[in-house]
Write a new protein. Structure first.
Length: 234
């Protein structure tokens, strides 16, 4: 996160590593009323600590290494985060200001444009491909996955019509039990009847999202929070 310095009252600019006027300390002789050095009993000058200003160049790494208090001592600020953007608003610019004594980022907001039908379609497609649950297990549902599920479901229906009974895990004609790979890479054994129902669930998953997207696009205007789960799970 970049650091900022106050170049004028309430005017903050990003610090790019330029030298900063910094209060330093040095030892100087103590002078009497006539401007002469004061000495101790051994004739040595008495010294005192004096503050003075000088330009000092600091490495940019102080942003990661120094605390807010240490940065403030050399006139640098690490701005606090901006407030959350309200629903229905969009950010058109961001600056740094002092608000109630706190230096922070401040957004300039404008009314957000209404979502488009194309954006709703993109959200629909993302959710269609984002997986679905079946009997408490999560499965992938990308286009290739859906095609594979549909093909296996048709094969399962054919096996059922040929008289394959529930519980038969070799219904597919192979020499190993039929199983489907879940999203977590685990295997779920499925007989023909389960595979067929699984295919129906995959189809219902896509169909539900298609109708949800249609309802959103029919709204006028399309809700600004159209990506919220509530619109897609009803």
């Amino acid at each position: 996160m970049p650091l900022f310095r106050e170049t004028e009252p309430e005017t903050f600019v990003q610090w790019l590593g330029e030298p900063l006027s910094t209060t330093l300390q040095r030892e100087v002789p103590v002078l009497d009323g006539e401007g002469e050095p004061v000495v101790d009993d051994d004739g040595k000058p008495l010294m005192e600590i004096e503050d003075y200003l000088d330009d000092v160049r600091h490495p940019l790494a102080v942003e990661q290494l120094w605390s807010d208090e240490e940065l403030l001592a050399i006139g640098l600020y690490r701005p606090a985060a901006a407030d959350a953007v309200p629903e229905g608003k969009s950010v058109i610019a961001t600056g740094v200001q002092r608000v109630a004594g706190v230096v922070k980022y401040l957004h300039e907001l404008a009314d957000a444009p209404a979502p488009t039908a194309e954006q709703v379609d993109m959200e629909r497609d993302r959710r269609v491909a984002g997986g679905f649950d079946f009997s408490g297990v999560r499965y992938q549902s990308r286009q290739g996955d859906r095609e594979n599920i549909a093909g296996a479901s048709v094969a399962a229906l054919a096996a059922m019509m040929a008289g394959v009974q529930p519980g038969n895990l070799r219904w597919h004609g192979g020499d190993s039990d039929f199983a489907w790979i879940a999203e977590d890479n685990s295997l779920t054994p499925m007989d023909a009847q389960t595979m067929f129902v699984f295919g129906q669930a995959a189809m219902a998953h896509k169909q539900r999202l298609i109708f949800a997207a249609r309802a959103l696009k029919d709204a006028d205007p399309i809700p600004a929070d159209y990506t919220d789960d509530a619109w897609w799970t009803a």
